[in-house]
Design a protein around this ligand. Structure first.
Ligand SMILES: [Zn+2]
Length: 86
């Protein structure tokens, strides 16, 4: 899994209470990609959150299932929900 520090989200900006990010395209879930891409590429989900994980605090794009399992919540320093801008 790649370590994400500062990063560019592409065509997006923060709205509202900073828990939500508008994105032009939903990225693949980093967790799914890391765990499933070799054996089950069809099971790699689109990410719905960008947030810190329980995996040593690294940041990742996460689908709903992975966020439920590995996310630590939403908010400043925790995570944001990704929303399609279209
Ligand atoms: Zn996932």
């Amino acid at each position: 899994m790649m370590h994400h520090g500062l990063r560019w989200h592409g065509n997006c900006y923060i709205i509202g209470m900073a828990h939500t990010v508008l994105v032009a395209h939903l990225p693949d879930c980093d967790i799914c990609k890391h765990l499933k891409s070799r054996m089950h590429p069809e099971q790699v989900m689109k990410a719905k959150y960008d947030g810190k994980t329980k995996l040593r605090g690294i940041w990742a794009y996460m689908c709903q299932a992975c966020f439920d399992e590995l996310g630590i919540g939403l908010g400043v320093g925790k995570g944001q929900e990704l929303v399609l801008s279209e």
